[in-house]
Design a protein around this ligand. Structure first.
Ligand SMILES: *[C@@H]1O[C@H](CO)[C@@H](O)[C@H](O)[C@H]1NC(C)=O
Ligand SMILES: *[C@@H]1O[C@H](CO)[C@@H](O)[C@H](O)[C@H]1NC(C)=O
Ligand SMILES: CC(=O)N[C@H]1CO[C@H](CO)[C@@H](O)[C@@H]1O
Length: 234
C-alpha cells in the first residue's frame, strides 16, 4: 500500500457556478474556466437556470479540461425574484451531498466575478468556514473582515451593516461535511435583499470567531465582484 505524507493529497474544491442565458454568458464562463484550469483538484459544478442543458455550455465545460458536473434546474415560477441562482446553488449542494465525500471544500463562484487563482489554494485547507475580502462588493472598494491579531474585530461594508455576517457570496468557502447535516444547509429563497450570505452562514456557524481568515489575514483582495456590461446589440 502506498502512503502519502499528510497534506500531500490536496482536498477537492467543489466550485458551484449558477448560470443563465444572456449574450455574455459564454464569454463570462470562458473567463472563469480559464482560471479554474490553472488550479489542481477542482470539481466544477455548473448549474444552468433552464429546462435543458444547452449545447454551448456543455461544449465549454467539456473543453475546459476541468473535472465537472453539468446540471440544469429551472427557477420555479413561485420563486422569490429578488435573488438569482438560489435554486441552482441549492441543487448543486444536494448533488455534492449525494457524492457522500468526507473531505473537501465548497465554494460559490458566480460566472461574472474575477478570480486570482491563488484564492483556491487559500481556501483548500478550510476546517469549517474560511473568509477573505471581495473587491467591489457591498458598495465599497472591497468588503470583508478587519482582522487584528488573527481575530475578526469588525467588518468593512457599505451595505446593510446590521447583517451578522456582512459579506459576499464569493468571500467564503466551507467544509463539505456541513452538507451531510440534517437538514442540509441551504440558501434561503425568502432571504431579504443582500441577506443570502448571512442567512446561509448562520446555518453553519454562530460567530465570527469560528471563521478562518485567509489571504494574509484578509489584507489581500484575490477575488472581485466584477460585472460584465449588458451588450447593446442591434
Ligand atoms: C473527477 O470527479 C469525480 C467525481 O467526484 C472523481 O471520482 C474523479 O476522481 C475526479 N477526477 C479528477 C481527475 O479529479
Ligand atoms: C473537513 O471536516 C472533516 C471532518 O471534521 C475534517 O476531517 C477535514 O480535515 C476538514 N477539512 C477538509 C478540507 O476536508
Ligand atoms: C431540445 C430539448 O431537449 N428540449 C426539451 C427541454 O425540456 C423540456 C421540458 O423539460 C422538454 O419538453 C423538451 O423536450
Amino acid at each position: 500500500m502506498m502512503s502519502f505524507p499528510l497534506g500531500l493529497l490536496a482536498d477537492i474544491i467543489y466550485v458551484i457556478t449558477p448560470t443563465y442565458y444572456r449574450s455574455t454568458q459564454i464569454g463570462d464562463l470562458l473567463r472563469l474556466a480559464a482560471t479554474l484550469r490553472l488550479v489542481d483538484n477542482i470539481h466544477w459544478i455548473v448549474v444552468e437556470d433552464s429546462n435543458n442543458i444547452s449545447s454551448a455550455v456543455k461544449k465549454l465545460v467539456k473543453d475546459s479540461t476541468v473535472n465537472f458536473t453539468l446540471l440544469n434546474y429551472k427557477t420555479p415560477p413561485s420563486a422569490n425574484r429578488i435573488h438569482r441562482g438560489v435554486h441552482q446553488r441549492n441543487f448543486a449542494l444536494k448533488t455534492i451531498r449525494s457524492f457522500k465525500v468526507s473531505r473537501g471544500v465548497v465554494y460559490f463562484a458566480d460566472d461574472d466575478n474575477t478570480y486570482d487563482k491563488r484564492i483556491f489554494n487559500e481556501m483548500r485547507n478550510t476546517q469549517k468556514v474560511s473568509i477573505w475580502p471581495v473587491g467591489f462588493a457591498g458598495g465599497v472598494d472591497f468588503e470583508g473582515p478587519v482582522v487584528r491579531n488573527k481575530k475578526i474585530v469588525k467588518w468593512k461594508t457599505g451595505f446593510a451593516r446590521k447583517r451578522k455576517f456582512p459579506t459576499d457570496m464569493a468571500s467564503f468557502a466551507f467544509n463539505v461535511t456541513f452538507l451531510s447535516k440534517s437538514p442540509m444547509p441551504k440558501i434561503p429563497d425568502n432571504a431579504k435583499h443582500g441577506h443570502l450570505e448571512t442567512d446561509f452562514l448562520m446555518q453553519l456557524i454562530n460567530s465570527s470567531d469560528e471563521l478562518e481568515s485567509k489571504a494574509e489575514d484578509c489584507s489581500k483582495v484575490l477575488v472581485w465582484h466584477t460585472k460584465t456590461m449588458k451588450q447593446k446589440l442591434n
